[in-house]
Design a protein around this ligand. Structure first.
Ligand code: COA
Length: 185
């Protein structure tokens, strides 16, 4: 259903499938407590990062509900792998998708997450013909909320203590964009 041509190049970034050479880069950011703070998983040691990478290298196409495209985000100026960005087909029937992103803190605050995530919206709406794409986050994750706002997504919901994560009840915020909103942007 969706088999993008790689790499995907933007003004400052290249999005491409992960390779086994990305282990150091993935471990560098996913081992950090500040990165994992609002995610479901605990900071990853090298073995856990390897397990994740083994799955990520194959996440390059979407053929069925539940499939994920998970791409390495690299900087065009330095060639460094600085994070990952993803698109999930959450419902084939309802043509729904979800985006996500993680960047190394050394590269935060330059608009890179927004630039990379916009390409996931493009893939989802223009190529996969989705009707609606969401972003879900811990409601305290203001940087992530800002990324979704900058993408033009609407804050649709604030769920109160709907999840128990890392020993505490957490609120979840949901942002969304419809296909017609993407086309009119
Ligand atoms: C979310 C994340 C990817 C954002 O990356 P980024 O490259 O810094 O994003 P951008 O530069 O495109 O935009 C970040 C915006 O949030 C703002 N921001 C950053 N930290 C903030 C904070 N603590 N409080 C409020 N706003 C904040 C920035 O000022 C910027 O907005 P601006 O352009 O209006 O100034 C990054 O923080 C990250 O990797 N976090 C850890 C993983 C994670 O939580 N991923 C999201 C899961 S839902």
């Amino acid at each position: 259903m969706l088999k993008p041509e790689y790499p995907i190049t933007t003004e400052r970034l290249t999005l491409r499938p992960f390779t086994h050479d990305d282990l150091d880069a993935i471990h560098a950011y996913s081992s950090r407590p500040d990165v994992a703070r609002y995610l479901y998983w605990e900071p990853r040691d090298r073995a856990a990062a390897q397990t994740y990478l083994d799955k990520a290298v194959n996440r390059t196409t979407i053929n069925a509900e539940g499939d994920i495209i998970d791409l390495a985000v690299t900087r065009n100026d330095t060639g460094q792998t600085i994070g990952s960005v993803l698109l999930i087909l959450t419902s084939h029937t309802h043509r729904q998708g979800e985006i996500g992103y993680i960047l190394h803190p050394g590269h935060h605050g330059h608009g890179y997450a927004t630039e990379a995530a916009r390409e996931m919206l493009r893939l989802g709406f223009d190529d996969l013909h989705l009707h609606r794409i969401i972003g879900r986050l811990d409601a305290r994750n203001t940087a992530s909320a800002r990324v979704l706002e900058k993408l033009g997504m609407r804050r649709e919901a604030h769920l109160v203590e709907n999840e128990h994560v890392k020993g505490e009840w957490c609120d979840e915020a949901i942002y969304a964009m419809l296909r017609r909103e993407w086309q009119a942007r």
